[in-house]
Design a protein around this ligand. Structure first.
Ligand code: ADP
Ligand code: PRP
Length: 180
């Protein structure tokens, strides 16, 4: 039996982490991945596993990552332990990178991609409210928001409440697992 791997992608501030937290609460049977990031543990936002550059590189070299990428001056990894979860038939969901998707899809051809969307002015407001980045960093993130939607991605609108977006995600996951 093999499970289903899902990448949740979309521009910075669109609500990926908010929706992943809500998904984990709504569906404890789904494995929502804790990412490894070279970002301080107390930076705010998601509850990632914080590594120094040296720790990250040592873990990568030892084969402990399923895949990894670089963005916003940081490195991000998804642990190799997802392979055991998938082999056991679990649904595994992670916060991914639009830019890194082609490489991830080569390694995991069955990957399902959910692209979270909201209007550009909404992204700016949400990033300001989150307060994790400086104004300059927010500017760079808003520029990257223009990256095209990945081919084949299923759109999830997060332009009203998180609950409304969560309902869309749950419906997509239910359909995808029914097909498998
Ligand atoms: N539907 C929503 N309505 C209002 N605020 C939201 C909504 N979804 C997320 N937010 C807020 O927007 C900010 C960015 O959300 P976050 O989940 O960190 O986005 P991302 O992980 O995509 O960068 C957070 O402060 C979060 O509380
Ligand atoms: O290639 P992109 O789709 O632009 O994504 C680049 C990176 O930015 C996001 O992480 P991060 O936690 O740094 O930012 P976010 O939570 O504000 O999106 C996302 O999860 C990727 O790791």
């Amino acid at each position: 039996m093999s499970g289903l791997l899902i990448a949740v992608v979309g521009p910075s501030g669109v609500g990926k982490d908010t929706l992943l937290d809500a998904l984990a609460r709504a569906r404890p049977d789904i494995k929502v991945v804790q990412r490894i990031i070279t970002r301080a543990a107390d930076a705010g936002g998601e509850a990632h596993l914080a590594h120094s550059e040296a720790e990250f590189e040592a873990q990568r070299a030892a084969g402990h990552y399923a895949f990894h990428w670089q963005a916003h001056g940081a490195r991000y990894a998804i642990p190799a332990s997802i392979d055991a979860d998938l082999a056991q038939g679990h649904v595994v969901v992670f916060n991914g990178s639009r830019k890194a998707l082609p490489d991830i899809q080569k390694a995991y051809p069955g990957l399902l991609v959910l692209m979270v969307t909201a209007a550009p002015e909404v992204l700016a407001q949400r990033l300001q409210a989150r307060g994790r980045e400086t104004d300059k960093e927010i500017g760079a993130r808003l520029k990257r928001a223009e990256l095209a939607a990945p081919a084949g991605a299923i759109m999830i609108r997060n332009d009203t409440t998180p609950d409304a977006a969560l309902a869309q995600m749950l419906a997509v996951i239910t359909r995808a697992t029914a097909r498998a």
